[in-house]
Design a protein around this ligand. Structure first.
Ligand SMILES: CC(C)(COP(=O)(O)OP(=O)(O)OC[C@H]1O[C@@H](n2cnc3c(N)ncnc32)[C@H](O)[C@@H]1OP(=O)(O)O)[C@@H](O)C(=O)NCCC(=O)NCCS
Length: 138
């Protein structure tokens, strides 16, 4: 892996969608956020290859406080474990900090150990756990 360069997202949704699908990551949620929110996103490149992205938007948490919401962070399998996600998170945090926001918010599955470790190492703490409920029509 050569040195990784980080750039602000410039509206090239097509290449991000191709990146997500080539890594087996769903893009529907990111696309919905992209369409409906004032998004701020960053990309990581190894030479010309897109190897990571983070999607965020400004929002208001349940406590009424404005925070930067992280909606998606994905790093190419070939490039994991080299600090790329950490750097993408730091870029997003710096952006919202500079804009005077109080902090960040995100949602993560309880079984996503790599992501949980990443967020914990950046100082994120759990404020709520949710249950998903289904009813089956027989
Ligand atoms: C989660 C993900 C973004 C991490 O990307 P990454 O670039 O490999 O992460 P980094 O190299 O920046 O690692 C930063 C920290 O995350 C944690 N971490 C990353 N990968 C880990 C793994 N496989 N197991 C345990 N902890 C891990 C570690 O605490 C690590 O710090 P350390 O290297 O000092 O121990 C990546 O695994 C990924 O794209 N997963 C699929 C998409 C996903 O689940 N995104 C999160 C949705 S909420």
């Amino acid at each position: 892996m050569s040195s990784v360069a980080y750039r602000r997202f410039d509206d090239d949704w097509t290449s991000v969608e191709a990146f997500l699908s080539s890594h087996g990551e769903p893009s529907e949620h990111a696309r919905a956020v992209f369409v409906h929110e004032e998004v701020e996103a960053w990309l990581a490149f190894d030479e010309d290859e897109l190897v990571g992205w983070i999607l965020t938007h400004p929002g208001r948490s349940d406590d009424g406080v404005q925070r930067g919401f992280v909606e998606d962070v994905v790093v190419a399998r070939s490039h994991r474990g080299h600090g790329i996600a950490r750097r993408l998170m730091e870029l997003a945090e710096a952006h919202y900090r500079e804009r005077g926001f109080a902090g960040m918010q995100l949602t993560v599955r309880a079984d996503n150990a790599p992501a949980l470790r990443l967020y914990a190492s950046l100082g994120y703490t759990t404020v709520q756990q949710r249950l998903r409920m289904w009813k089956q029509f027989s």
